[in-house]
Write a protein that binds this ligand. Structure first.
Ligand code: NAP
Length: 250
């Protein structure tokens, strides 16, 4: 299938590891010039070196802490200077947190800054650029909404999903689609902090994941790439789970 991505430009946040890193690779393989955003410059430079060494367009390295209030505007400036425009935004940077009972007020607010406001802010900043070629795409990495207890990150993700639905209706006439992808358990660096051993991962999968295993970052990235493609032009305002059947909602 021709995904219609060759020659596009895109921004991937949280690009230095896990799902964001695989998404950067997957988009680069489709001919997308990617601006790779995260806090750590060294990991982004290593990624850019590796992608370039593979004969693909070198990603633009954009170090930024997206939890800072002016980060969206600064990222936009660097992306315009480095890429000239933006067709795709993959709002992937995000972080889970310990149970909310252990969180103080500042931690609650930080959870919303990164998992909600940063995504909204960057999409608003890039909206005019996404509209230029009439094929804009926003994909937000969120999470499953089936709480076991109270989680600040999950509450922020719920806000993101509702905002994304509204935003998708506002920008549809500009040719921009807005979707969310909800990973279940994808075997990334973040997940390995919660499930450090193969036995702990397998025990969780046996109990909760019908597919019987965690997913891989590239399995999540493949769905992001599809949502960015011209083939997905009529899919908008959706939240798609990539979870091996984990969520129970029908
Ligand atoms: N893996 C899963 O099973 C799972 C499940 C549910 C939801 N998700 C969501 O899916 C997304 C990707 O997950 P992942 O597991 O691949 O994450 P990960 O391995 O923890 O990677 C997170 C990425 O985000 C960057 N990042 C973190 N805080 C940032 C900040 N303040 N500003 C800019 N960049 C920041 C990190 O780089 P730096 O540290 O250098 O900034 C890193 O590149 C996240 O939004 C996560 O919440 C994942």
């Amino acid at each position: 299938m021709d995904l219609g991505l060759a020659g596009c430009t895109g921004v991937v946040t949280g690009a230095s590891q896990g799902i964001g890193r695989e998404t950067t690779w997957a988009l680069a393989r489709e001919g997308v010039r990617v601006a790779a955003v995260a806090r750590g410059r060294d990991a982004l430079e290593d990624l850019a070196d590796e992608v370039e060494a593979a004969g693909l367009a070198r990603p633009l390295v954009v170090p930024a802490d997206l939890a800072e209030r002016d980060a969206g505007a600064r990222v936009r400036e660097q992306v315009v200077a480095g890429l000239g425009g933006v067709d795709l935004l993959v709002n992937n940077a995000g972080q889970a947190d310990p149970p909310a009972a252990e969180l103080d007020e500042d931690a609650w607010r930080r959870a919303f800054e990164l998992n909600f406001h940063a995504k909204r802010m960057l999409a608003e900043q890039l909206r005019p650029l996404l509209a230029v070629r009439g094929r804009g795409r926003v994909v937000n990495l969120v999470g499953l909404l089936e709480p076991v207890g109270v989680s600040a990150a999950q509450a922020a993700v719920a806000a993101c999903i509702l905002w994304a639905k509204g935003f998708s209706r506002v920008v549809a006439a500009e040719g921009t689609t807005v979707n969310c992808l909800a990973p279940g358990r994808i075997d990334s660096e973040q997940l390995r902090r919660h499930f450090p051993t193969p036995a702990s991962r397998q025990a969780f999968a046996d109990a909760h994941v019908p597919a019987g295993r965690f997913g891989t970052p590239s399995e999540a990235a493949a769905v992001v790439v599809f949502l960015c493609s011209t083939a997905a032009a009529y899919v908008t305002g959706e939240t798609i789970a990539v979870d091996g059947g984990m969520h129970r909602r029908a």
